[in-house]
Ligand binder design. Structure first.
Ligand code: NAD
Ligand code: MG
Length: 386
């Protein structure tokens, strides 16, 4: 890239993706981070800001923002939901990386796209919850949505050289899944698993929520919905394939039977770097793939009976409207309750199914309907925990 560095805002900077993104930016002279945000962890946020020469931050939690402002008079600290909006709008950013976890990421996604700023999107929940409206907004303002999720970054690269669906050459997208820590478990065996076991992911080190989503396979359900909106593909043409080694990140099947695959070591800095540098590609010093050492790559069908979250997410996806928003909100409540030791692993899917049954799918015309569906789904899910 020539000329000035690309100016980047990192939302969710203290999280797993946020920290790795800061690593990528620090190693790239053509990228500059201009603002950071977090929920309430103000001390780590201020420390990161200092370490990366950033003076502008936002904390979603207003009390934490007050503490940060008092302890760091040299910094510019924005507070609350409005503070996040100011951070995005005032920063003069070329790109916003949304690495917030959960549907809390929807608001900032809307703001970045509404401002016409390109969006590197790790927060898949934004697309699950409001895919139609979010992609329509991006189209209206001309912002690009660049996937950070590894499978979608892989598919983005595979699709780039092909004419797409409909009259095009692509027939099917395949999203791979590691299968999580409980791959091969029966329903009975899953009844006894603990949060500590669920948090021990075999191939990826990630935040707690997505790690539980990987154990239930809800993460893959969310990713099918994400792929549908990112690439405009009908659900019938998106498959999930379990691949425990996490070396093949995505596959694209073409009209002549050829299948293109994207491979690499499982390291999120690769898709993060792809999204931050796009359309350029930058050198990245991470482990190189040694296939002889890996030896074999294996594949299997997901077990929909043992992992009902994947089935539920497909049903909500096909129902459309507010159903994916309800699915997501109920899942967030259930995952939090499971992590807090309030419910068993098997109850997670039951809580989600209960909320979907109670609320159904309402048609969706404006963002406000999403915030309302999210609120009602949380209420019902919380009520069903006891
Ligand atoms: P994490 O829990 O490690 O970090 C979340 C970040 O979001 C933190 O900085 C936190 O302060 C902030 N945050 C949390 N709640 C917030 C709120 N209400 N308002 C504002 N900020 C809030 O999560 P993570 O693993 O980095 O995941 C972030 C997103 O990226 C998720 O949507 C996840 O699905 C997606 N993702 C993560 C990975 C991974 O390897 N970690 C891979 C693919 C996709
Ligand atoms: Mg993924």
């Amino acid at each position: 890239m020539s000329g000035q560095a690309k100016r980047i805002v990192i939302l969710g900077a203290t999280g797993s993706i946020g920290i790795q993104a800061l690593d990528v930016v620090a190693a790239s002279p053509e990228l500059e981070v201009v603002a950071l945000s977090a929920h309430s962890a103000w001390e780590p946020l201020v420390e990161l800001a200092r370490a990366h020469g950033v003076t502008r931050v936002a904390l979603a939690d207003a009390q934490a923002a007050g503490l940060a402002a008092a302890a760091w008079p040299q910094g510019e600290v924005h507070a609350g939901a409005q503070g996040l909006v100011e951070l995005i709008i005032d920063s003069g950013a070329d790109l916003v990386l949304n690495a917030i976890v959960g549907s809390a990421g929807l608001g900032p996604t809307i703001v970045a796209l509404g401002e016409g700023i390109d969006l590197a999107l790790a927060n898949k929940e934004s697309l699950v919850v409001g895919g139609e409206l979010v992609t329509a907004l991006a189209e209206a303002t001309g912002s690009r949505i660049l996937p950070v999720d590894s499978e979608h970054a892989a598919l983005h690269q595979l699709i780039a050289g092909e004419r797409t669906f409909g009259a095009g050459t692509i027939e099917r997208l395949i999203v791979t899944a590691s299968g999580g820590p409980f791959r091969g478990y029966t329903r009975e065996r899953l009844a006894e698993v603990t949060a500590a076991q669920a948090l021990a992911h075999p191939t990826w080190s990630m935040g707690a929520k997505i790690t539980i989503d990987s154990a239930t396979l809800m993460n893959k359900g969310l990713e099918v919905i994400e792929a549908h909106h990112l690439f405009g593909v009908p659900y019938a043409q998106i498959d999930v394939l379990v691949h425990p080694q996490s070396i093949v990140h995505g596959l694209v099947e073409l009209c002549d039977g050829a299948v293109l695959a994207h491979l690499g070591c499982p390291d999120m800095r690769m898709p993060i770097s792809y999204a931050l540098h796009y359309p350029e590609r930058a050198e990245l010093h991470i482990a190189r793939l040694d296939l002889a050492q890996v030896g074999s790559l294996t594949f299997e069908q997901p077990d929909l009976d043992a992992f009902p979250a994947l089935r539920l997410s497909r049903e909500a996806a096909v129902a459309g409207g507010t159903a994916p928003c309800v699915l997501n909100a109920a899942n967030e409540v259930a995952v939090r309750a499971f992590l807090g030791g309030e419910i068993t692993f098997a109850r997670i899917a039951e809580v989600i199914e209960g909320a979907l049954d109670a609320l159904g799918a309402e048609p969706l015309r404006e963002f406000d309907a999403l915030f309302e569906a999210d609120r009602r789904a949380r209420e019902i899910a919380l009520g069903s925990l006891a």
